[in-house]
Design a protein around this ligand. Sequence first.
Ligand code: AMP
Ligand code: ZN
Length: 473
Amino acid sequence: MENKLQFYNTLTRKVERFIPNTEGKVAMYTCGPTVYHFAHIGNLRSYIMQDVLEKTLRYLGYDVKRVMNITDVGHLASDADTGADKMVEGAKREHKTVMEIAKFYTDAFFSDCARLNLKRPDVVEPATNCIQEFIGVIGKLMENGFAYEGGGNIYFDTSKLKEYYVFSNQNEKDLLVGVRDDVDEDKNKRNKSDFVLWFTKSKFEDQELKWESPWGVGYPGWHIECSCISMKHLGEYMDIHCGGVDNIFPHHTNEIAQSEACLGHKWCNYWFHVHHLTDKSGKMSKSKGDFLTLSLLEKKGYDPKVYRMFCLQSHYRKPLEFSYEVMDNTGAAYDKLVKRVGSLGKEGEINEEKRNAYKEKFAAALCDDLNTSMALTVLYDMLKEDMSDATKYALAESFDQVLSLDLTTAHAAKESAGGVDAELESYVLEKIEERKTAKKAKDFAKADAIRSELMERGIILEDTREGVKWKKA
Ligand code: AMP
Ligand code: ZN
């Protein structure tokens, strides 16, 4: 397939044709989760769209190596380097050790990913595995004059760079969000935009994890991990670095500063950023505490693939507002779609010409700055086309290498589960039990509220002599 992939490069602020450093190969890096809590569905939007990018590259025939870090140390609650460590906070909240918290939420993250059909990156590396690599790079930055010691900590000296704010032409004041004058400013820094590479004189004496280093016992800053983990597995040159838009500054800006100061040459050519999922109150964020997880969506009866489709319907470069109404419509569309694909006969002759034409159309939509909603339109058009079932089935299978919606298998799975989603069924049964308990306690308002909640989800309850029965409206 001819490759004309282009996507928006945050570094050049343009949609650009993708040309990797080595022909046919892609070195790709993704900032992984901070494992102090569950991922929210906003984080997962970011990973879904990155999964689509990776699978598009593979669909086009590239040999991709994708690396992801797991942030299990060094992530501060504030970018002013003054807030509490998020991992320590998580451990305190749950009366566990930092490593227990990290293990639990790393597993929870990959379980979410599996339910969303996200491919596991080829390399997944926790930051705590790479302390010696961090020390090596920080040592090099000390040697070449890009880092200095101040009050026991090691800082990156941003004044030594020709250009620090590589991603934007915003002015320094706008960008230094965490370094407001009214906030407890770190007096050890030479420049406001400098950041910590290694802490020894920590304000957080309750740090559980500390390591020996040439500068004293301490722990790394957050940004250094992505520079080092990517270099460890991908070498000195990288093709694509991914993250959410909130990573652009300061995290990715600082990654570039450290990496290029250490390497002495340009490090990564393409920067791919996914815009945020919002709710009515604004950006969804873990630190707000009250956030929507994939498991919660499942409890409410939604299939994770419906959330994946919800994300694919809109462009990764636009903010996306979450709503149950759109999820319900997406759910109905998904059921119809997989039913349609499930009803196709597999046997018969394949029309090669039409198959190739549709594959080209599908690839062209994705090559156009990852236009996933157009790719879905190509799928719908293909299903309407006058051609054999076998051709359509083969195409659905092919498109699903990128869409990963279980197009050819979901309907049969639903049928064998009795025609309803297992998630929906367990949600409804749980609600029926809750309603029974409310009625026993004569809390009829609550019982009615549960019936209404189910009605909103298109579930009708019938009180019969044999007990409560339910059906889809
Ligand atoms: P964290 O676990 O906080 O390090 O975030 C994991 C990833 O999710 C990062 O790449 C963030 O940029 C991204 N992210 C955070 N909030 C959102 C959101 N509301 N929508 C989409 N992506 C997000
Ligand atoms: Zn990172």
